[in-house]
Design a protein around this ligand. Structure first.
Ligand code: SF4
Ligand code: SF4
Length: 154
């Protein structure tokens, strides 16, 4: 997959949530590595893309809100029998509501299906984390959401 530094194995996906890094810009940056409480992220040289120890990562998502590039996602294929949970960094306003149905967007901003908001995890910085449930087939492609209902900006 061109967007990924390294795709976890199917066996690792089957164990539970894991972070996916879509950080390819090779800019001097490493707050994700400092933020990970499990030491799962390594940035060897400051311009390198991070590498992940997939056995250490438990998909907690702590690194996500520290990434200025909005480049980290968490995918959990064990969330449901047919559904996956995808955690997506989100800096738009207004925020969606729990249980809301939204358009699931791919990396090009195209709608590829429907997602349901499971949780909105607000961060102390502006990078909130959206927990989105989608059918498993969409989990590797959904990377943003679009609200269906008009909401007032708070
Ligand atoms: S999801 Fe959690 S454990 Fe995995 S790399 Fe990010 S901070 Fe570390
Ligand atoms: S914080 Fe984000 S942009 Fe910076 S190295 Fe980590 S994944 Fe890449």
């Amino acid at each position: 997959m061109e967007y990924q530094n390294a795709m976890p194995s199917p066996e690792r996906f089957a164990k539970g949530p894991i972070a996916l890094f879509e950080c390819l810009q090779q800019i001097p940056c490493n707050p994700c590595a400092d933020a990970c409480p499990r030491g799962a992220i390594t940035v060897k040289e400051i311009n390198d893309c991070p590498s992940l120890d997939s056995e250490l990562c438990n998909g907690c998502g702590v690194c996500m809100s520290h990434c200025p590039g909005l480049s980290i996602f968490v995918v959990d294929y064990t969330y449901g029998a047919d559904t996956a949970l995808v955690k997506i960094p989100y800096e738009f306003s207004p925020l969606p509501s729990t249980n809301e149905l939204v358009d699931a967007l791919n990396r090009q901003g195209q709608c590829i299906g429907t997602g349901q908001i499971i949780r909105v995890q607000q961060s102390s910085n502006k990078t909130n984390i959206i927990w989105l449930s989608v059918i498993q087939e969409l989990a590797i492609d959904v990377r943003n959401i679009r609200l269906r209902k008009e909401k007032s900006h708070e």
